[in-house]
Design a protein. Structure first.
Length: 424
């Protein structure tokens, strides 16, 4: 699952310009990384739309017969539990820039932040009820307030807190796995299949039955959100906060040795932990071993997410990487709108809002469908940002933040330059 770092300020820079300022280039890296994260979020979330068995603890019998385990294993290995961490890191990084901008302008940020977080929570709640019960925006809205309270803590305290949150979360799920292994009762697969069948009928029924199913699913999501995603997301918020205070993206060219070390740690530690998780989630589904593998992954996945950041920043130092960054950046500038749009498209494809194809598309076809949807988002984001200053939901959120009507179309001051931060 996943989340957008929608509290960032879009740059408004003309990506077609041959003259890129240093600050514009830094913003390009942030936007492009956010666009990359959007793809990872989609590739995970679309599976939750496509089958009622996702997260049920039992395998989808149609899925296994259709194409084997390669694509589920690939998604578990490289995407699940990683990309919401990447979004969380970017949220924390952008938050720092907003606070610094407000302090330079001598403007109070707390009232604006509270309005923005409240609006974000409302958008997230509507998203969860109508489109996707796996929404992360409501969690981000609440954790953003926590991050505000932590912003003046010393760096060493912040980093220890982040590490402690990750370790505590991993230990909690390790304990759950051990208790599950000691429990002689076997998982009730019949009940899981019955629940999946009921969900399938609801999602293929009517919009009313879809909403009712979302509400039932939300009642169970608090375990995953409160005991896994929220603490690890907060840990990455904090890491992003520290990275913003250190102005990481302003020093990419000077941090290549450090970035290579982060990349090495992600490959040597993060990737094996993720491989163990992938094996457990695909081959040991519903068993105590799956939970134990999850606990390992929760401990190591921040390293793999960090490796993604490091690899992307190193790639952006090459000519080909800059071209890729230019392709991804407009989608990253409209991350909130694109995140909601992904759910809307998936809801139309799979649920009673449209074609009711849930349970009908095998994993290999789903994988390529993800690429098609994201390619369309890249094209539309380029077209939109060529004419408008913000994405539609970013514009709405910005007006709530400032509590005033703001123009949506580009003005001359947006051309070739940076927009102000939301805190300004």
């Amino acid at each position: 699952m996943k989340l957008p770092a929608e509290l960032q300020a879009p740059s408004g820079r003309d990506t077609g310009s041959s003259q890129i300022s240093a600050s514009g280039e830094r913003q390009l890296f942030v936007d492009a990384l956010r666009g990359f994260a959007l793809f990872g979020i989609l590739i995970v979330n679309i599976n939750a739309f496509a089958t009622p068995y996702y997260g049920s603890g039992v395998a989808d019998p149609h899925e296994s017969a259709a194409s084997g385990n390669f694509f589920p294993y690939l998604i578990s290995l490289l995407f699940e539990t990683k990309f919401y961490l990447l979004f969380s890191f970017l949220f924390g990084y952008s938050f720092t820039l907003q606070v610094q901008s407000a302090e330079r302008a001598d403007k109070p940020i707390l009232p604006r932040l509270l309005r923005r977080q409240t609006a974000l929570w409302v958008i997230g709640f509507a998203h969860a009820v109508l489109l996707f019960h796996g929404d992360i925006l409501t969690t981000y809205a609440l954790l953003g307030i926590v991050l505000w309270a932590l912003r003046r803590c010393r760096e060493t305290v912040l980093l220890r807190l982040a590490v402690g949150l990750v370790i505590a979360t991993a230990l909690f799920w390790l304990g759950v796995g051990i208790l599950t292994a000691l429990d002689p009762a076997q998982p009730d697969e019949a009940a899981a299949h019955a629940a999946a069948g009921a969900a399938l009928r609801a999602y293929r029924g009517t919009p009313t039955t879809v909403v009712a199913q979302h509400l039932r699913d939300l009642a169970q999501m608090w375990v995953i959100t409160g005991l896994m995603q929220a603490p690890t997301a907060l840990a990455m918020f904090i890491c992003g906060l520290v990275a913003g205070q250190r102005r990481l993206f302003a020093q990419v060219a000077h941090l290549r040795p450090e970035l290579r070390r982060v990349l090495f740690a992600g490959i040597v530690i993060g990737l094996p932990g993720s491989a163990l998780y992938a094996y457990g989630s695909v081959n040991l589904m519903g068993s105590a071993w799956e939970v134990l593998a999850l606990s390992v992954d929760l401990l190591t996945s921040p390293l793999l997410a960090g490796a993604y950041v490091a690899a992307f920043l190193l790639l952006c130092q090459t000519p080909g990487g800059r071209v890729l960054a230019g392709l991804l950046a407009p989608a990253g500038r409209t991350a909130l709108s694109n995140y909601i749009a992904q759910s809307l498209v998936c809801a139309v494809i799979f649920h009673a809002w449209g074609f009711r194809l849930i349970g009908s598309i095998p994993p290999h076809a789903l994988f390529w469908l993800t690429f098609a949807i994201f390619a369309a988002q890249l094209i539309l984001s380029h077209l939109w940002m060529g004419r408008f200053a913000y994405g539609p939901l970013e514009w709405l959120l910005r007006m709530v933040t400032y509590f005033q009507l703001l123009p949506l179309r580009r003005s001359h001051r947006h051309e070739g330059g940076q927009r102000g931060s939301i805190a300004r």
